[in-house]
Write a protein that binds this ligand. Sequence first.
Ligand code: JFZ
Length: 453
Amino acid sequence: MKTKSNQLTHVYILIVVSIFCAVMLAGCDLISRKVVLTGEELRAEQAKWFQDAKFGMFIHWGVYSVAGRGEWLMNNEKLSIETYEKLTERFNPIEYDPAEWVQIAKDAGMKYITITSKHHDGFAMWDSKVTKWDIVDTTPYGKDVLKMLADECEKQNMPLFFYHSHLDWHHPDYFPLGQTGHHSGREQKGDFNKYIKYMNKQIAELCSGRYGKLAGFWFDGWWDQQVKKPGRQTHVDWRLQETYDLIHRLQPQALIGNNHHEAPFPGEDFQMFERGVPGRDKYSKANFVSKLPLETCDTINNSWGYNRTDRKFKSPKQLIRYLVMTAGYNANLLLNVGPMPNGQIQTEAVRCLKEVGKWLSINGETIYGTRGGPMPPQNWGVTTKKGDKIYVHIFQVPENGRVALPNTKKLKVKSAKLFKDASEIEFNDKGNVVLRIPRNAIDPNDTIVVLEI
Ligand code: JFZ
């Protein structure tokens, strides 16, 4: 009897151990499959997240902020390197609180942050080991503000991109000089290959892990060396592929975009547009909106870097409509703030952003996770879609209340409801769908009708 029960116990143990092993093996298999996700797969996941996110905060902050006349100060006011460098003595952002910045972004409904690591003035906003021209080595503040922000972003789950300028008005090897930065007093010589090495070393520092897992890079300044517009030829070989490979090796999930205002180059993961929705932005040429995830960037007033005299803040209504418009164009909106030299974001900007956030907290369903709707943007507004829902965003309800949706003859509409209160909206779908919007349904920001198809 004894031996029998012993045998039974053994069998039980064997079964339990086998089950345990099977579960463990399955787990390991899952984990290892996770590990072998290729860079491309990781970026595909990241690209989907990016397109769902829809709204980001752009931050232009640098030593130029001290002067309060925008980020092009050095070039525009023809300052020598020596004069410009004096600004560092007054860059002491003791009010800088990255937790507050992240909170401002969150309250605005923004899902990621893109901050200038280096703008055209070449000034590094982190503790770079390959130059003294950085915030730690030259300012009384002496702290790595990017590290502080990166830590906070990680803590608060806020993806972080770096804006990085290829163009550099300060580095002695940025030669030939491009179209800008000719008054810095720099010698008319330099080894461009050395410059590229320097740039890549700095980028490697940003990718080292010290700044966490990066959401991506937002490059700018390629155009400084453009032979002529239009045309993709440059006076120098930027060797973009090397830089992109470096990033994708160190931070495989990082999405790369480049503000060159040309069709995307190999290795780029998203396409950005400046001041205007894709294809109708300030710099666009015909037919170059690609299949990549799209992003439009613009300012909250008229300036990127802090500008003391720029009072032209866009109204919450303008900003809400801008965001809805970009979503209708299947793009994200990266909306800029230019923090002050003391490290704070202007209250005017914070106030506008709060209003957008309030609107999003109610209407976010019609924006986040959507893609551009089935019809192109119309005079009256745009559409977005998600699953079996089409969100019709109407900015301008025609006098007769009829909103016609072109190319919808084949659309089977099950129901049309006002998003605000789910009240039924009369519609006719014997041809193209026509909605009939009652006067009392009109919302001054955006009248949203949900079509179930
Ligand atoms: C660039 C920067 O120069 C500017 O300071 C800011 O950072 C913005 C987001 O990006 O703006 C550009 C880029 C390209 C041209 C003009 C402005 N261009 O090709 O004429």
